[in-house]
Each structure stands twice: as C-alpha cells, then as structure tokens.
Ligand binder design. Structure first.
Ligand SMILES: Cc1cc2nc3c(=O)[nH]c(=O)nc-3n(C[C@H](O)[C@H](O)[C@H](O)COP(=O)(O)OP(=O)(O)OC[C@H]3O[C@@H](n4cnc5c(N)ncnc54)[C@H](O)[C@@H]3O)c2cc1C
Length: 358
C-alpha cells in the first residue's frame, strides 16, 4: 500500500457495503471490508428486481425518483466491473406484467394503475389473445394484466460474485470477521474485531438490518428494524423472455423472476420479525399462490429456500447518516430496494469520505 493513500473501513459486505467498497477503491482509497459472511445477509434472499414502475406507491415520490436513476447506475457499474474483471452483471430489462387473481385483486391493480399514471408511468393493458407469449404457463383465469415497460432484474448472486472479483482486482482487503466495536475522532477511525484492531482515515457502516457495533453513535433521527422475507428457488420453467410476473393473490403479492435456463425466484413473504426458520404455513401459502397463478410449477423442482432481513427505517426510506466529527457514516434503511439502490448509495459513501478526509 502506498503510505500516502487514504484508507477506509467498510463494515458489512451486503450489496450496500460491497458497492460502497468498490466505489471507494475506484476513487483511490485503500479499502478494508469486514463481514463474517459477505453476501449472505438480506442480499442473499433478494430476487434482484429493479422495478421502479411496479414499485410505485402513494406518498413515495422520492423513492420513485431514486429508483428511476438506479437502472442506469447499475448499467454503468456493470460496465465498470467488466472493464476491470472482464465479467459483467447481466441486467435484463424485461418490464413487468402486473395481474390480479380475483375481482378484488383486479380492482387493486386498477387502483395501482391510477397511482402509476399520477406518477407519470406509462402502462398498457395486455390481453391473453393479443399477447399469448406473456400469458403462456399462467392460469387460464388470468386473461389480462398491466404491462409496465422499463423494469429490470439482475441476479444478486452474480452481482455479489462480480463485485468480489472487482474488489480483489482493486486490492481491497476482505476480512471475514465481525466488527465488535468502533471508535472515531477528527484524526481517523478504529475498529475492533475478533482477532485485533484496525485503523483507517474514515469508515462506513453498512450492516443492513442488524444492530450497530458498540461505540456507534446514531443521532436518533434514524432507526432500523428487520422485516423478514423468504424467497423460493425453483428450476424447470423458463419465462425469461416474458416480463417479470407480479400477481396479487387474495391481496397477497406474489412475484416470479424467471432466468434463462429455467431458474426462477418466487416470493415473497413479509413479516415484522427476525429469525431464519421457515414456518410450514408460510411456505405453504407462497407455494399455493404460486401454483394457482403458474400451474406449470407443479412439475418443477424446488431446490432452495432463502430468508433475509430487509432493513426498514421508520419512514421506509433509505438513509445515509453522517457523524463527520467521528469520520463514520451509516448507510441503511434500504428495505425492499437495497439491490436496486446500491450503486446510488455507494456514491454517498465516496462523497462522505472525500469530505471528511480532505
Ligand atoms: C425476500 C427478499 C426479497 C428482496 N427482493 C429485492 C428485490 O427484488 N430488489 C431489491 O432491490 N431489493 C430486494 N430486497 C431488499 C434487499 O435485499 C435489501 O434492501 C438489501 O439486500 C440490503 O442490503 P444491505 O447490504 O444493507 O444488507 P445485507 O445484505 O443484510 O448485508 C449486511 C451485511 O452486514 C454484515 N454485518 C452486520 N453486522 C456486522 C458487523 N458488526 N460486522 C461485520 N459485518 C456485519 C452482515 O453479515 C451482512 O452480510 C429483498 C429482500 C428480501 C429479504
């Protein structure tokens, strides 16, 4: 390491920590990232949708504007990674088809269309007779849906793998240990982990829904709680040429992201609690919805379930809380959208570190 190079510690190697570490390393910092199991937090369970149009929600205009920038930010990041490691994060812009199972679900879809229109989102109605390819494999009961162009998805496993290759190539040190305590003052930061202590010029906390290490000094303006979610991985049906499927089933949201070759991620449950064990009823509800909407799943193979804790803030918005006098910042609260927003949040990390270390 060049002794004049400034250093940064990133605590947490989910999608937020990894993209921050990448951007900081690209910005010329020597980066040390610590996580006992990088990429195995909420990011591991995520479906990887980047869906600003399907995620429109009343009162969430700020989130919508951010989400719309995210796709371009991911495409740029993917190109940058490709330039360094000759491997990209594939981003599929398939759009979304949003449907309803029963009359009351379809009314909710109509209401959604009104909100989306108010946000300036263009949508069209797709019907089974005019767009048979979109409805192939779906229950006969579903004969129309709202088509939202421009939504996309990526594979979070691939994103984690490519980012880690990128960090390797840029000389980032990844230490697979938990950070137990942090310190900081105007001269720099220090962390204590299982096998010792490390110093750096600045630090970023990207610990997702988990608590902050001892010594962190949140202002009280933000708090994070875990909202648990489960996805199920299935093999044997390839709808990758069609828009990502979202369906309301008796008021419950169901989605299926289909990748080339037959790998599908279906989801997702959402509960205000932590814990990684899957209740039988929770799995049964998701599979029942899935089988009703996509009967062809009957003969597919179920090969994995994954659980993650979405980091939800009080107002459900992501935040970047700065403690400049201690040279630490805390990036969290990404809730349902951390994969989407990661490359944008990473920019806040560099802006902060540039400012406190200049
Ligand atoms: C079922 C499900 C589906 C989802 N689908 C989508 C989707 O389609 N699109 C989308 O945009 N988002 C989706 N999300 C949301 C997204 O996964 C999260 O917002 C995002 O992963 C949060 O990233 P993170 O890096 O903040 O947290 P995490 O991925 O949880 O990473 C935090 C990391 O910090 C580490 N850590 C914590 N404390 C310490 C410590 N003291 N020392 C060292 N390391 C520590 C943990 O080990 C962990 O690896 C989904 C989430 C779930 C659960």
């Amino acid at each position: 390491m060049n002794t004049s190079t400034k250093s940064t510690i990133v605590v947490g190697g989910g999608i937020i920590g990894l993209t921050s570490a990448w951007r900081l390393a690209k910005g010329g910092y020597h980066v040390i990232l610590l996580d006992p199991s990088p990429g195995r937090g909420a990011t591991w369970a995520a479906a990887g949708m980047i869906a600003p149009h399907a995620e429109v929600a009343p009162g969430e205009r700020a989130n919508f504007d951010l989400h719309r920038q995210a796709l371009t930010a991911w495409q740029l990041l993917s190109q940058e990674l490709d330039d360094v490691v000759n491997r990209r994060v594939h981003i599929s812009v398939t759009g979304t088809i949003l449907t309803g199972w029963d009359a009351s679900d379809r009314r909710l879809v109509d209401q959604f269309r009104q909100v989306a229109t108010d946000f300036g989102v263009t949508s069209t109605i797709a019907r089974r007779d005019t767009h048979p390819e979109i409805f192939a494999g779906l229950s006969d009961r579903i004969s129309s849906g709202l088509l939202l162009a421009g939504d996309a998805w990526l594979d979070p496993d691939e994103a984690i793998a490519v980012l880690r290759e990128g960090l390797d190539a840029l000389g980032v040190d990844v230490i697979t240990e938990t950070v137990n305590a942090i310190e900081g003052d105007a001269s720099g930061v220090r962390i204590h982990h299982g096998s010792g202590s490390l110093r750096a010029d600045a630090g970023i906390l990207a610990t997702g829904a988990l608590g902050l290490p001892e010594g962190a000094t949140p202002t009280g303006e933000h708090a994070v709680r875990p909202v648990r979610g489960m996805t199920v991985r299935i093999d044997g049906i390839d709808r990758s040429g069609a828009p990502t499927l979202r369906c309301l089933v008796r008021g419950r949201p169901f989605y299926m992201v289909s990748r080339p070759g037959g790998y599908c991620v279906i989801g997702a449950s959402s509960e205000e609690r932590s814990g990684s064990l899957i209740e039988v009823g929770e799995l049964q509800r998701l599979l029942r919805d899935a089988l009703e909407v996509v009967p062809e799943l009957e003969t597919c193979s179920l090969y994995e379930t994954r659980v993650g804790l979405r980091p939800a803030s009080t107002d459900l918005k992501p935040f970047f809380e700065e403690w400049p006098e201690r040279r630490w910042a805390w990036s969290s609260g990404h809730f349902r959208h951390g994969v989407t927003l990661a490359p944008l949040s990473a920019r806040s990390s560099v802006d902060f570190v540039d400012r406190v270390t200049k």
